[in-house]
Design a protein around this ligand. Sequence first.
Ligand code: FAQ
Length: 325
Amino acid sequence: MDTTKLSEQFQQKIDEDIKIEPQDWMPDEYRKTLIRQISQHAHSEVVGMLPEGNWITRAPSLRRKAILLAKVQDEAGHGLYLYAAGETLGITRDEMYQQLHSGKAKYSSIFNYPTLTWADMGAIGWLVDGAAIMNQVPLSRCSYGPYARAMVRVCKEESFHQRQGFEILLTLSKGNAAQRKMCQDAINRWWWPSLMMFGPSDNNSPHTAQSMQWKIKRFTNDELRQKFVDVCAEQVKFLGMTLPDKDLKWNEAKQHYDFGAINWDEFWNVVKGNGPCNKERLATRVQAWENGAWVREAALAYEDKKAARQYRYNTTQAESKMPAG
Ligand code: FAQ
């Protein structure tokens, strides 16, 4: 069948909400877009372990330490499902890592900011995981089966993360003056970078239109950002804190919150590698990869040894069944 016909049938399946599976025909550009997005998403989960990993040894109680440890492990698991989903498209995990380590593949801008106080663990949970869920719930309905299915479990876990973050901030917000100040300071620092997680505004987003047509994206960057603002503007009231935006105001006519201008220069600066922690984050990942070389070699050597033993066993068995003479 010619490519035009295949493309038409492909789009028809998408329009009918039939999932595309790895063995199905798909346009090269669809495959490329998914590899780009899924691998960048996987890298974000794994690099995203670093800002919070920084606080595991400094969590204020054993309970907080255990919760944070479990949360950071969950992020590793999310990375794993996503790398596995990426592999179904014909790219190897090593190639994806290579793209991250060489700086070719992006990861979310948010993880290039430092975690200065314990309240940052609360702000990350509430705002960063909150933004991640807002973006990922629609992705669980995306047209590519393996990506959509990976998102179902990821979202369940992210929603727990979001609540644990809010609970950290709620506790601080009921604490002494220094704790309340720490809480407000963390919200102030994480608010705008969290809004940037949704990507450039729609008129500057080169991939949105095509990704919407392919139902990889179900909402545009600006639509999801607006939903997030509307939710947070209400939730912050429970904390007795404020969002650092003097233009944040309920708009009765639009039934949405209006909000101030995002600093897109800051966003692109971070995306291009010049944020406060870009170099440190990438160097840590590269070092982890290099330090783990012996583990990968040992695992492969073990697999080879097991296969050789199995081969010897199978050969002996076959020989013993041969008729004598
Ligand atoms: N940072 O045309 P668009 C998490 C790039 S997971 C860096 O709008 P698209 C869990 C974009 O890649 C967070 N780069 O692109 C967690 C593209 O560059 P390219 C990650 C960004 O793909 C919580 C260019 O700008 N989530 O947080 C960013 O249609 C706590 C043009 O942009 C996902 O990855 C950014 N913020 O829409 C872990 C979700 N935004 O590739 C630990 C899946 C845009 O052409 C602790 N991804 N760019 O070189 C998506 O939904 C989409 O890829 C968007 C971007 C919405 C991020």
